[in-house]
Design a protein around this ligand. Structure first.
Ligand SMILES: [Zn+2]
Length: 242
């Protein structure tokens, strides 16, 4: 059994979404000079790897605590679009952090193998740009057709290795998914440790197929018990050899 952590480290140095409040973690007592250490955390909830619950956009939508833990764990459908995005974006240096082209819209056809009730984990490769200038503004995002397709398929949740399911400055994809009670996880990392990035020559399947593998993968996206619209989460995968 092996565990891979898919969560970004929460620290005062980490980048936060433009115009979101900073993450401030501060020790107000320290065991070296005081009897013990006590810290205070002041933060927005959309920091690091986090969950957006339907209440984020809909006053009648479910809050984090109203989604059962059951719904946040289990096998997932992993959809790997990293290689096709590299080809369709006009830039060859898209992962070096110096490009300024906007991200690419991911098409519905990428999700052709998704089934009802799936948790979908979308690998775009964007987490490699965490900490770089364009991370929050030039990410890849879902097309409206893709979002509507996932709604039709009645997926449980969608987790992505980028800052948003939307193009920067837009919210339509959040609205489509959350209004249909599909939760969203953003800012995953380490997906390449599960599904290594392919070479140019390898163009076979873009989907992880559990059946063709001698391993089974169980994912966990664990939020804090908060009665509100979002929560930082600990995301990880447990890999069991069959
Ligand atoms: Zn969010």
């Amino acid at each position: 059994m092996k565990i891979i952590d898919l969560s970004q480290t929460l620290s005062s140095e980490m980048p936060v979404f433009p115009q979101d409040p900073d993450f401030l973690l501060k020790e107000i007592l320290n065991s070296k000079k005081d009897d013990f250490t006590i810290s205070v955390l002041n933060t927005g909830l959309h920091v690091g790897t986090h969950l957006d619950a339907p209440y984020h956009f809909y006053s009648k939508g479910r809050k984090v605590l109203e989604i059962t833990l059951n719904e946040f764990m289990g096998p997932v459908k992993m959809v790997d679009v990293e290689n096709s995005l590299r080809k369709s974006s006009s830039i060859s240096n898209s992962y070096t952090g110096i490009e300024t082209d906007p991200g690419v819209a991911i098409k519905a056809s990428a999700f052709k193998n998704v089934k009802k009730g799936d948790i979908v984990v979308l690998k775009t490769g964007w987490s490699l740009k965490w900490g770089l200038k364009n991370y929050f503004t030039h990410n890849h995002y879902l097309s409206q057709q893709a979002a509507n397709f996932l709604v039709k398929k009645e997926i449980r949740g969608l987790a992505i290795d980028g800052p948003s399911t939307d193009k920067f400055g837009e919210t339509i994809i959040h609205k489509i998914l959350l209004s249909n009670d599909i939760w969203i996880v953003e800012n995953l990392k380490n997906l390449d440790l599960i599904l290594p990035s392919k070479n140019e020559e390898e163009t076979n399947s873009d989907n992880y197929d559990d059946n063709n593998n001698n391993k089974s993968l169980e994912f966990f996206f664990i939020p804090l018990p908060l009665k509100t619209e979002a929560s930082p989460i600990r995301a990880f995968v447990r890999i069991n050899e069959k």
